[in-house]
Design a protein around this ligand. Structure first.
Ligand code: NAG
Ligand code: NAG
Ligand code: NAG
Length: 191
């Protein structure tokens, strides 16, 4: 009697672990394939550096709201500052809007559909280290959420968190269902 109960308990424990793995895998997998996962490596292989033509680089990319920029640079010399249009044009690194510099492999999310301007301070802007781009709202890249939103034009950024929550909850329910099936099968074989 005792033996049966112990093995029953351990098979339940294993089942719960398995459930956690499935939930995590589904959620991570979804996050990685979502539009938010798009990462633009600024400057390509050359990264954020002197004598790269970022006008040319950005002309070959399409930027959408929710996507990310990756600035790869030597932080001993360079930094990344978000500035306004006039500061971008005059290479003015004073009174910047945002300092994006961290460790030299720094990411920045484009959260609004508007122009963005970046430059490196320390005079390096004059050596080409400035980037201007426009982030667009892309309705096609937003995850579909037909079960949640009545099919009006639900492409507002606000629909994103609820879509995420919906998919997460679905994954949880599916995993729990699978867990119950698996649990019952395994525990039967023990009894
Ligand atoms: C960068 O490339 C653009 C487009 O090809 C060109 O118009 C511009 O003069 C270039 N800038 C520099 C600093 O070479
Ligand atoms: C841009 O930022 C600079 C530096 O803070 C400031 O002097 C200037 O007035 C700003 N320009 C606009 C158009 O906001
Ligand atoms: C930007 O932030 C980095 C890291 O916090 C810091 O080391 C650096 O001094 C800052 N740069 C400016 C211009 O404020």
């Amino acid at each position: 009697m005792k033996m049966v109960m112990r093995s029953n308990y351990s098979c339940r424990l294993a089942g719960f672990r398995w459930t956690a793995v499935v939930i995590t895998a589904i959620t991570v997998g979804w996050l990685m394939t979502s539009a938010n996962g798009v990462l633009h490596k600024v400057g390509g292989a050359q990264g954020w550096n002197q004598n790269v033509n970022y006008t040319e680089w950005s002309a070959n990319e399409n930027f959408y709201v929710g996507e990310w920029l990756l600035f790869n640079f030597d932080k001993r010399y360079y930094n990344v500052l978000e500035v306004n249009k006039s500061s971008f044009e005059s290479c003015n690194d004073q009174g910047f809007m945002k300092n994006i510099t961290r460790g030299g492999r720094d990411v920045y999310q484009l959260t609004e559909d508007r122009p963005y301007y970046f430059l490196s301070g320390g005079g390096y802007c004059f050596h080409g280290m400035r980037l201007a781009l426009v982030a667009l709202q892309d309705q096609q890249q937003l995850p579909p959420a037909p079960a949640l939103a009545p099919s009006t034009n639900a492409a507002s950024p606000n629909s994103l968190p609820s879509a995420k929550m919906f998919i997460f909850l679905s994954a949880t329910v599916i995993s729990l269902g699978l867990h119950l099936m698996w649990d019952v099968d395994l525990c039967k074989s023990y009894v």
